[in-house]
Design a binder for this molecule. Structure first.
Ligand SMILES: Cc1ncc(COP(=O)(O)O)c(C=O)c1O
Length: 209
């Protein structure tokens, strides 16, 4: 996982829009406060930090003041208690699919369980919690604890890099930190670390190897 440097998304959005393209932000993983409020993106300018402190946001794209045309949401929407996902869009896009039946503008795709009432109720409850002062403070505290704990991993010879954005952290596993030589896939380095962590009660998911 490689967090993009500050202003990257802003520039991408300007280029895309400059060519008349619509911008889709997949915030399935990053949404709902997962990338933190302010000091979590590195490097983050003081200006950005001050702005985010004044007006906390739940979405990574808002860290760069980017308002996407589509926003894909899931995971944090219900905190994992019930399956629920949502695709948000602008009024302009919504209106493009609005019309009389014979105009055939309707977007006919759907899912078997779209709009599940229990899922929707869990999402609303989750949103209320996520936006509460108490929850924002708890996330900030957790982020600081994670940042501090991650520092201790730098001393391990197989840690090539540690990247953190809020409550998301990626630890690059390498054969030797000096050369940053990668492990061969057959060595299953990531899976072995995950298994060792599971034995200690920490559930993680290997991405790639
Ligand atoms: C960034 C990102 N986008 C999309 C998905 C897929 O989401 P869903 O399973 O809700 O379709 C995931 C799932 O891990 C994800 O991490």
């Amino acid at each position: 996982m490689i967090p993009q440097p500050e202003t990257w998304l802003k520039k991408v959005s300007e280029i895309a829009r400059g060519h008349g393209a619509l911008l889709i932000a997949d915030e399935v993983m990053t949404g709902f406060g997962r990338v933190g409020q302010a000091s979590s993106l590195s490097p983050t300018s003081k200006k950005t930090r001050d702005r985010l402190e004044a007006c906390p946001t739940l979405f990574a794209s808002h860290h760069e003041s980017v308002q996407p045309d589509f926003l894909c949401l899931a995971k944090g929407l219900t905190g994992g208690y019930l399956p629920m996902a949502a695709t948000l869009t602008t009024q302009k896009v919504f209106d493009a699919f609005l019309g009389e039946y014979h105009e055939f503008k309707t977007f006919f795709h759907g899912h078997s369980y779209t709009g599940n009432q229990l899922g929707a109720a869990a999402s609303l409850a989750s949103l209320e919690i996520l936006q509460s002062e108490k929850s924002i403070r708890a996330r900030q505290k957790l982020e600081t604890v994670l940042r501090g704990e991650l520092k201790s991993l730098w001393q391990l010879p197989n840690v090539g890099d540690i990247r953190q954005a809020g409550l998301i952290a990626g630890i690059e596993l390498v054969k030797d930190w000096r050369t940053r030589e990668a492990f061969a896939p057959r060595e299953r380095a990531g899976i072995r670390v995950c298994e060792a962590m599971a034995r200690r009660g920490v559930l993680t998911r290997p991405v790639g190897m």
